[in-house]
Design a protein around this ligand. Structure first.
Ligand SMILES: Nc1ncnc2c1ncn2[C@@H]1O[C@H](COP(=O)(O)OP(=O)(O)OP(=O)(O)O)[C@@H](O)[C@H]1O
Ligand SMILES: [Mg+2]
Length: 144
């Protein structure tokens, strides 16, 4: 799967990719989710939650940095770093308990906290290509 380019032709394709990646996730895995506003990160995150068996609706953690979900196969820590100005803000919430614990982290806007992302994290990048139509997304998966 790494280094792969995946073509999504619909919201459902992106949701299903999130679901299948979560089904294969292991304790301690970190998934970074990159892509512009409105590209489909929340769609992916919802599928990801479903893949872990989480029943609670996944909503974007806009004002809280992290949402925690305990009712799935593995605990999910869903981060949104969009509003973080200084990575030191993560020290205040004890980020290492999340990043180096037994749950799974899904981190939106990882570039905001780049120096804190552990080695071995999986990067999922979602991008539009207007030439291919409004529902097309190119999704790349890499391990860094
Ligand atoms: N192939 C596709 N994959 C994902 N979403 C798609 C696709 N085609 C169209 N869409 C639409 O794009 C929108 C993606 O919205 P979503 O909220 O997931 O974006 P986002 O990346 O989370 O945005 P934000 O950064 O503002 O939170 C939805 O309205 C969805 O229906
Ligand atoms: Mg979103």
């Amino acid at each position: 799967m790494f280094g792969m380019k995946i073509e999504s032709h619909s919201e459902k394709d992106t949701y299903e990719l999130g679901r299948s990646m979560a089904e294969q996730a292991r304790p301690g895995d970190i998934f970074c989710l990159e892509g512009d506003l409105g590209v489909g990160k929340t769609v992916f995150a919802k599928g990801f939650g479903r893949g872990l068996g989480i029943e609670e609706p996944i909503s974007s953690p806009t004002f809280t940095i992290v949402h925690e979900y305990y009712d799935g196969r593995l605990t999910l820590y869903h981060f949104d770093a969009y509003r973080i100005d200084d990575p030191a803000e993560l020290y205040e919430i004890g980020y290492d308990e999340y990043f180096y614990g037994d749950g799974v982290c899904l981190i939106e806007w990882p570039s905001k906290i780049e120096e804190l992302i552990p080695e071995g994290a999986v990067y999922i990048n979602i991008a539009k290509d207007p030439a291919q139509g409004s529902d097309y997304r190119e999704i790349t998966v890499d391990r860094e």
